[in-house]
Design a protein around this ligand. Structure first.
Ligand SMILES: *[C@@H]1O[C@H](CO)[C@@H](O)[C@H](O)[C@H]1NC(C)=O
Ligand SMILES: *[C@@H]1O[C@H](CO)[C@@H](O)[C@H](O)[C@H]1NC(C)=O
Ligand SMILES: *[C@@H]1O[C@H](CO)[C@@H](O)[C@H](O)[C@H]1NC(C)=O
Ligand SMILES: *[C@@H]1O[C@H](CO)[C@@H](O)[C@H](O)[C@H]1NC(C)=O
Length: 535
């Protein structure tokens, strides 16, 4: 069940009749101000948007007063938040307490040999290290966090531009940043040739004797991993790793669906996530609150371009060919939109009948307004779609306005300015009422999973052919996990069978048959789909 349904008592965005469009104030859209409860006494008491998202986030009072994170007190009224389970809420609070206890002790990693003999403080860590673009970083960070929740470890994150500039600190009164002693160079030395690479060396000495570090293991789960690396997803390996206080993880994929194959995690995962497709939605909304710099940018853009709408439709177009056949992708996008009624059709002007102007003035009301937020590295789709909606009136009399915040040409991983734009766009897309996203894109995955929306997924254009169908409705809001086909995990006791349907909640991805994604089991799926179709 989603927060936002009446049962949970949380309002969703109030649709305004277009005849009386008044600008939506930031307070309406981005949650109610701290003071609003007291000041709006003349109005009928409205149910206040729950800033904790149903208990998912810590209460604001838990955070030290000086720590600024504006976005935390202005949770947007998204329609499709999932309700966190009681178990997840408890686990998160327990996690926060552990994090507060252990994060400050992380510095002792490099002096572990000196402090030997001190009694074990019970603190164990998993360290997330960064690789590739923002979308990849968000899905791998979420995967590492779930691992920490399942194994009673503390998640620390590499100091990168994202973790230090784009997101707020998620844990009250503690930092999730790895102490500066862990230098970039030291972290880079963790690679496939590290002696501590998991499953490639003897399970006897994990420490780096030359520097006297604590025992650690390096988990190598990027594209060039081998069969041994993959045994990370075996119960036996998890038994061994339990005794290793520090794990450094480098992954480039949304690998958390693989945790479901571990019998030791299975019952726990079932209890934490009754809605299987909600894993990223819940954990992502827990971890990724925009920093103040981001929040200023996001709210400014929203107020300037997106606020006055009856419907907000997000479109993300990402192509991978070096020279993308733009007209084909445009053709595909238009077919996807029109075949599935995602945006109004324009009445074609055959040139003979003079289309009667709908309005004579500049300010006349229309029959509802749809605002489209377009994100792409190109401006071509924006230009073409804008031209389409200027070419004639829509059948429904609705107005359609297109906005595109940036068009950077190429992806520029690791450049702060680019990442600021990318995070703003992911966040703004996640406020949409419906979404069209490109397959194979972690940027799109992050947007629809944060939104809690099952997007329409555009298939890749192959051999200059517009795919048929051009797009499909995703069966789940969760990201796709590809690159490590599930059946390739060879565990000492048993192989994980090469069958994507071992669990009803793991199914092939729409955009990649080899990949799997978490979906809700069929009954809930039907209901939820119905719920969404009403919007
Ligand atoms: C964090 O610190 C503030 C003030 O220093 C305090 O009021 C709050 O209770 C603390 N929160 C937790 C969870 O310890
Ligand atoms: C791994 O790190 C070591 C130590 O920094 C370095 O010498 C080596 O070139 C790296 N290997 C790869 C494949 O990156
Ligand atoms: C593992 O330990 C055995 C016996 O101590 C040794 O012969 C072997 O070389 C070690 N293997 C590696 C990869 O270190
Ligand atoms: C406005 O929308 C309503 C309902 O969809 C429709 O019946 C009506 O014809 C539309 N008006 C115009 C001017 O298109």
């Amino acid at each position: 069940m989603e927060v936002g349904e009446t049962e949970c008592g949380l309002p969703s965005i109030k649709k305004k009749k277009s005849s009386a469009v008044t600008p939506m104030t930031a307070a309406v859209l981005f949650g109610v101000d701290a003071n609003a409860e007291e000041t709006s006494t003349t109005e009928t008491p409205k149910k206040i948007q729950d800033r904790t998202l149903g208990g998912l986030l810590p209460e604001l009072s838990e955070f030290e007063p000086g720590v600024s994170c504006e976005s935390r007190s202005h949770q947007p009224h998204r329609k499709n938040y999932f309700q966190p389970s009681k178990e997840l809420i408890q686990r998160l609070r327990r996690y926060e307490a552990r994090h507060r206890k252990c994060a400050g002790r992380a510095r002792s990693f490099f002096r572990a040999r000196e402090s030997q003999g001190e009694k074990d403080d019970g603190c164990r860590y998993v360290v997330w290290t960064a690789i590739y673009g923002l979308g990849n970083r968000m899905i791998t960070l979420t995967s590492a966090f779930l691992y920490a929740l399942l194994t009673d470890r503390v998640l620390l994150v590499e100091r990168t531009k994202e973790t230090t500039n784009l997101f707020c600190e998620p844990i009250p009164n503690a930092s999730w940043l790895l102490p500066p002693e862990f230098t970039y160079e030291w972290l880079q030395s963790l690679n496939e040739s590290s002696p501590q690479r998991f499953a490639h060396n003897n399970f006897t000495d994990y420490s780096d004797t030359s520097t006297g570090t604590a025992d650690f293991s390096y988990i190598h789960l990027i594209w060039n991993n081998d069969d041994e690396d993959k045994t990370f997803f075996c119960d036996e390996s998890q038994d061994q790793l339990e005794n290793v206080p520090w794990l450094f993880m480098r992954a480039d994929e949304y690998l958390l669906p693989s945790y479901f194959f571990l019998s030791r995690f299975k019952a726990d995962l079932d209890a934490l996530f009754p809605d299987k497709e909600a894993v990223f939605n819940l954990l992502g909304n827990y971890l990724f609150q925009p920093s103040d710099v981001m929040w200023t940018r996001i709210t400014r853009y929203y107020r300037s371009y997106l606020a006055n709408h009856d419907r907000l439709v997000g479109i993300q177009v990402r192509t991978y060919q070096p020279k993308s056949p733009l007209p084909n992708v445009l053709e595909q996008l238009q077919q996807c939109i029109l075949k599935n009624d995602l945006l109004p059709k324009v009445i074609a002007d055959d040139g003979r009948s003079v289309v009667k102007p709908q309005t004579s003035g500049l300010q006349e009301p229309n029959n509802g307004s749809t605002v489209v937020l377009m994100t792409s590295l190109e401006s071509y789709y924006y230009d073409s779609l804008t031209e389409y909606y200027l070419s004639g009136p829509t059948e429904s009399g609705e107005s359609v306005t297109i906005h595109q915040p940036s068009h950077d040409g190429t992806q520029q991983t690791g450049i702060l300015v680019h990442d600021i734009k990318a995070w703003a766009e992911i966040y703004l897309l996640s406020l949409s009422d419906s979404l069209i996203t490109s397959g194979w894109s972690t940027f799109g995955y992050a947007a629809h999973a944060l939104a809690g929306i099952r997007p329409w997924i555009l298939f890749g254009v192959v051999d200059d052919q517009v795919p048929d169908p051009p797009c499909v409705r995703a069966k789940s809001v969760d990201p796709c996990y590809f690159h490590i086909p599930v059946g390739n995990i060879k565990c000492p006791s048993k192989d994980v069978p090469d069958d994507k349907h071992i669990f009803p909640y793991l199914q092939s991805c729409e955009d990649n048959n080899n990949g799997v994604k978490l979906v809700n089991e069929s009954s809930t799926l039907e209901e939820r789909t119905k719920f969404w179709h009403q919007h």
